[in-house]
Design a binder for this molecule. Structure first.
Ligand code: SF4
Length: 345
């Protein structure tokens, strides 16, 4: 029988990833936040603590620190129709589903993502695509979720083709964990779905060099072969990549796999994630230490998501913080939506 994903505290104990006496507490965590480790990630987690830390739940997740927020990026007010988040004038997010191959313990959407939720119905997807069709100012569509590469190739391909056919849409972007979390999912049919005439940017999320395994090279090479530009996105995480050595190894691993490091994110204050927090000053010092030591190609923008929907801004650059922290008003008086949140732009 093919190995199956680990989804419960009992699964984790059986795989030797948590001690048996931790099961009752972790059962409580898994009732609140989704848990999943693909067989690929479970095998990696068994030998690499920096991978286990990203995916294996911890009882501390049920403690919310005073500064943590259910909706840390305040995206909900920027959702004009279900599945769409429009924060910036020239680009908008489309969230076709909220399922992921794995559930990261530091995720800023942890209150929303899960295996059962968020797949837009045909009618909802139609409405979302129609919204894009009527917005000539949108030049870039960013597919996120959840993980868009969890969609069937047929559904994903049809969605991309419809978006790419809009004359005003110049580029498409997909944010995904699949290439490093479930490389077997990158099938010939999925690769075919990603072949577009218009430029496609594939933003691969990875936080530790060991997430790039021998499977990753052919996988990322095949993705690159579709014509997509591969970008890397990471979060600065305590106990995962909070050292010069770990960041250097991560960015170099990305480059070796044709992935250009794009963003290093400051952790968003989602509930129960305090154990991953690294202060901004420490992050800036780490990046300063890497300056001159690694090629400029390995250099991501270190960014933070401002509260109140202020959007992303680069850390360590004077002037951006004040503008972003002032917040942003949803255009056109959009009504508050319960769709959820996402801000990968
Ligand atoms: S949305 Fe991204 S960060 Fe959040 S659980 Fe899914 S793969 Fe992880």
């Amino acid at each position: 029988m093919a190995p199956r994903p680990l989804r419960t505290a009992e699964d984790l104990a059986e795989a030797g990833l948590v001690p048996p006496d931790a099961v009752p507490a972790l059962r409580d965590v898994s009732r609140r936040y989704s848990v999943a480790l693909t067989p690929h990630v479970a095998a990696l987690a068994a030998r690499e603590p920096a991978v286990a830390r990203q995916y294996v739940p911890d009882a501390a997740e049920l403690k919310t620190a005073p500064h943590e927020l259910d909706d840390p990026t305040a995206d909900a007010p920027f959702s004009p129709v279900k599945g769409v988040v429009h924060r910036y004038p020239d680009r908008a997010l489309l969230k076709p589903l909220l399922a992921c191959p794995v559930y990261c313990r530091f995720c800023f959407r942890r209150e929303a993502v899960g295996p059962d939720g968020g797949l837009l119905s045909e009618a909802e997807l139609d409405a979302a695509l129609e919204w894009f069709a009527t917005k000539p100012e949108i030049r870039e569509v960013i597919l996120t979720g959840g993980d868009p590469l969890m969609l069937s190739p047929r559904r994903l391909g049809a969605m991309l083709a419809r978006l790419a056919a809009l004359p005003h849409v110049e580029t498409l972007r997909i944010h995904t964990r699949v290439p490093v979390a479930d490389p077997a999912r990158i099938s010939p049919a999925l690769l075919a779905a990603l072949m577009l005439e218009k430029p496609l940017y594939l933003c691969v999320h990875a936080n530790h060099a060991s997430e790039f395994t021998p499977d990753s090279f052919p996988t990322l090479r095949a993705l690159h072969g579709t014509g997509a530009v591969l970008l890397g996105q990471s979060v600065l995480l305590r106990g995962v990549n909070d050292s010069e050595e770990a960041l250097e190894a991560l960015f170099r691993a990305m480059l070796r796999h044709r992935v250009k490091p794009y963003y290093l994110h400051q952790l968003d204050p989602a509930p129960g994630t305090a154990r991953f927090h690294v202060p901004e000053e420490e992050g800036l010092a780490l990046l300063r230490a890497l300056r001159g030591r690694v090629t400029g190609l390995a250099w991501p923008s270190y960014v933070r998501e401002a509260p109140a929907g202020g959007g992303k801004y680069p850390l360590g650059m004077k002037g951006f913080d004040k503008a972003a922290d002032a917040g942003r008003t949803p255009p056109h008086g959009w009504a508050h939506s319960s769709v959820g949140r996402a801000a990968d732009s």
